[in-house]
Design a protein around this ligand. Structure first.
Ligand code: PRP
Length: 173
């Protein structure tokens, strides 16, 4: 297995992250935000995104993993849940990639039950072709083809998350 050429360079990503943060700052001007990173995949994107958002915010995390890859049941497991109160708050869920949509749809419904004032979703990558469940993405970075990608938080067997760019992962060159 090899990591191919960057699909999105560090520079491409940082430019996009700033654009997303600017849009979010504009939309929530004069308001406060509770930002929630969906780990592990979103750790790097989340850290970069929040440092460019200009409105007052708090941060929290949820650790979730989807078992669709192994079982196709689409079960989502929560390993760690948020500690922030979200009732009546503006909540922004931050995700690295939307693939089938099962993880985000599950989390979205779970958070809606806690009555936030608003619930928005920001995802860096959208692998639209693979979608099984429709989920609204309010702030989207890039649409990508149906290829396995690693880097900038995304993994293969929990490796390559530390790469500062995103690349297609291939069985051979
Ligand atoms: C990945 C990714 C998303 C989810 C997207 O997480 O970070 O959370 O899959 O896939 P879906 O749209 O098909 O649900 P994963 O479950 O691999 O855990 P990780 O974040 O720890 O890598």
């Amino acid at each position: 297995m090899v990591v191919g050429k960057p699909l999105f360079s560090e520079e491409d990503i940082q430019k996009k992250v700033k654009e997303l943060a600017e849009q979010i700052s504009k939309d929530f001007e004069g308001q406060e935000l509770v930002t929630i990173g969906i780990l592990k995949g979103a750790f790097m994107f989340f850290a970069d995104l929040v440092r460019h958002i200009k409105v007052p915010l708090t941060i929290d995390f949820i650790v979730a993993s989807s078992y669709i890859k192994e079982s196709t049941t689409g079960e989502v497991k929560i390993h760690y849940d948020v500690r922030e109160e979200i009732e009546g708050k503006n909540v922004l869920l931050v995700e690295d990639i939307v693939d089938t949509g099962i993880t985000l749809n599950y989390l979205r419904e779970r958070f809606l039950l806690r009555s936030p004032k608003t619930l928005k979703i920001c995802a860096l990558l959208d692998k639209k072709e693979r979608r099984l469940v429709d989920v609204p993405i309010d702030y989207k970075g890039f649409e990508i083809p149906n290829e396995f990608v690693v880097g900038y938080g995304l993994d293969y067997n929990n490796q390559y998350r530390n790469l500062p760019y995103i690349a297609i992962f291939k069985k051979s060159i």
